[in-house]
Design a protein around this ligand. Structure first.
Ligand code: OGA
Ligand code: NI
Length: 197
């Protein structure tokens, strides 16, 4: 519980810095309730006898605003950068911070959510603790779309507005198939409600 409280405080600071990086007032992302809720998910990856045949976690980006990840010393986390998988080596005392799909959506592609995966490992078990900043466990009718202040004639909205409930429903239905859920929420895609979500 103490870790969760401290992760929340760190999340608030990060959202303030990220708001400023977008040229907005420091409390802008907090005002969108980005730090209002977070979900702590602990992973246990058992040692794998034939790691070349499988994955720990397959390629995905996270369905949240931001993820703060604590990994142990085993390693295996990779991020996709310029079409190459790059290792994210464990650094004692360090946390990994990933931009999630919802921050990409509200920032209208100014921030990009990171595609990542976890390799299966002989050595192990591996333990990681992911804190997802999202509100989807709390019912809300609030709609999320690109922040108005970031739009102009040169920068039209890339995404439609969606509730977090609809976004998560689509993400979960799609599964980790290697494609970004965001594609479905682009302005030129059919409306999520048209699919009965
Ligand atoms: C996740 C995730 C990475 C890890 O939970 O979304 O990507 O290191 N976890 O376990
Ligand atoms: Ni992830």
């Amino acid at each position: 519980m103490e870790y969760s409280e401290n992760v929340h405080k760190m999340g608030v600071t990060l959202f303030e810095l990220l708001s400023e990086a977008l040229g907005l007032k420091p409390d802008h992302l907090i005002g969108l309730d980005c730090a209002k809720g977070h979900l702590v998910l602990s992973h246990y990856y058992p040692p794998c006898p034939e790691p070349e045949l499988t994955m720990g976690t397959s390629k995905h980006s996270d369905p949240d605003f931001l993820t703060i990840l604590l990994q142990d010393q085993i390693g295996g986390l990779q991020v996709l950068y310029e079409n190459q998988w790059i290792d994210v080596p464990p650094v004692p005392g360090a946390l990994v911070v990933n931009i999630g799909d919802l921050l990409q959506l509200v920032s209208n592609d100014r921030f990009k959510s990171v595609e990542h995966q976890v390799l299966a490992n002989h050595a192990g078990p591996r333990v990681s603790i992911a804190c997802f900043f999202t509100l989807h466990l709390h019912p809300s009718t609030r709609l999320y779309g690109p922040i108005k202040e970031l739009l102009s004639e040169d920068r039209p909205p890339v995404y439609k507005e969606t509730s977090l409930k609809d976004f998560i429903a689509y993400y979960d239905e799609k599964g980790l198939d290697g494609n970004s859920a965001l594609t479905y929420f682009k302005c030129q895609s059919p409306s999520p409600t048209a699919k009965g979500l």
